[in-house]
Design a protein around this ligand. Structure first.
Ligand SMILES: [Zn+2]
Length: 397
């Protein structure tokens, strides 16, 4: 990284000083803005003299790939053309304090270009996200209820909007809830297609409404209350097309978070035993699933378990709990997928928001068949919903 703080604005292309290309002032101001004025390596505020509490600009706009062919991290392949281009590419320029800048440039093996680039990209993304969420963020709202839950009138009009505004998020429009159809018979493939299309259609409609607003893609504030497989399909329909912010219904605090500061529970994962039986994953989170309930329908199942110390329907104290679940499930799913090409049989007892995230996660990152079970007549588990790839996963019904 080379200090470019002292350079003057060149007109047009990058100017060259002593074999180094200078960064123009516009690019430099973008680097400062994207880093929100903080050192991207140690986090120091570079816009303030902390000793006297006065404004002071003391950071450097520093290069990942250098401003000259011979600079740090140049390797053998960095020529003058590349050095010139990289000197005005904000993706190649980080904001750093003088101390971190020196460390990075005198130890280029300890600070390889790909590490710095990853760190820089992640930092810029985080800052952009913090800048638009949650304060003053705008969101379109998606409330999905099953007919069954709707009749219970659990979610009153305005509940979601109130929970959002407690977090500084404004609803762009208050759309009525999407009421999922009652399955006419079994919850079969046609039924799931209907649910998927209905939710997808509503999202399209909401996005169309949001088009009249300027700026960032709005958040999608999501609240779902339905059976677990249906919520997984809702997650699939949402996918990864826009940033989403999940809300959760809690029977005491309703849509408000019961405790915004509570630490998420520790998730514990037990991998399945060796063998040849089908692989089952029990998600004992909102309640404890007895192993025998799984063995009743899948007698040779090799059961893996993801659980928490005290499974409870009141587990979702805040959104951190939802994020912790998404983190906790990634490695187990990858490990299970590596064990078998066959469907992974999922027995979920999970909060609604987890079900939505589970469905969204499988669309984005996974190419493996899953078969989701739900309790049916006599409280017995039955295979209800095939998810993931390939699409010709065995039909359960
Ligand atoms: Zn620093």
């Amino acid at each position: 990284m080379t200090d470019t703080t002292q350079t003057k604005p060149p007109k047009g292309r990058a100017r060259r000083t002593k074999g180094r290309f200078d960064t123009d002032d516009v690019t430099k101001s973008i680097v400062w803005a994207r880093a929100a004025g903080h050192c991207e390596l140690c986090g120091d505020d570079l816009t303030r003299d902390v000793r006297v509490g006065a404004p002071l600009r003391w950071g450097h706009v520093a290069h990942i790939l250098p401003a000259s062919p011979k600079g740090p991290r140049g390797g053998g392949h960095h020529d003058a053309t590349q050095a010139e281009a990289k000197s005005n590419d904000p993706d190649n320029l980080m904001l750093a304090c003088p101390g971190c800048h020196t460390k990075a440039d005198t130890n280029d093996e300890g600070y390889p270009a790909h590490d710095l680039s990853d760190l820089h990209a992640a930092q810029v993304d985080r800052i952009a996200l913090a800048a638009r969420t949650p304060q003053a963020a705008k969101a379109i709202t998606l409330v999905v209820l099953s007919r069954h839950f709707q009749t219970l009138n659990l979610i009153a009009k305005g509940d979601l909007e109130r929970a959002m505004s407690a977090e500084g998020v404004t609803a762009i429009s208050a759309a009525p809830p999407v009421i999922l159809p009652e399955p006419m018979g079994a919850r079969d493939d046609d039924y799931w297609k209907t649910v998927f299309r209905q939710v997808r259609h509503e999202i399209e409609r909401l996005l169309e409404t949001a088009k009249t607003f300027h700026g960032d893609v709005p958040l999608l504030a999501v609240l779902g209350l339905a059976d677990i497989p249906a919520l997984m399909v809702v997650g699939q329909a949402i996918g990864d097309r826009m940033p989403r912010q999940l809300y959760s219904f809690h029977r005491i605090s309703r849509v408000q978070w019961p405790d915004r500061d509570a630490a998420p529970p520790a998730f514990q994962y037990t991998p399945p035993p060796d063998g040849n039986g089908p692989v089952a994953l029990m998600l004992s989170i909102s309640g404890k699933i007895p192993e025998r309930d799984v063995l009743d329908v899948l007698p040779d199942a090799r059961i893996a378990v993801l659980t928490v110390t005290e499974p409870s329907t009141l587990l979702v104290q805040n959104r951190k709990v939802i994020h912790a679940f998404v983190e906790a499930i990634q490695t187990p799913l990858s490990d299970l997928e590596a064990l078998t090409p066959d469907p992974i049989h999922v027995f979920p007892a999970i909060p609604a928001a987890f079900a939505i995230e589970f469905g969204a996660f499988l669309t984005m990152q996974h190419r493996h068949p899953y078969l989701v079970y739900d309790r049916t007549e006599g409280d017995r588990f039955a295979p209800i919903l095939p998810l993931g790839y390939p699409q010709e996963a065995p039909r359960a019904l």
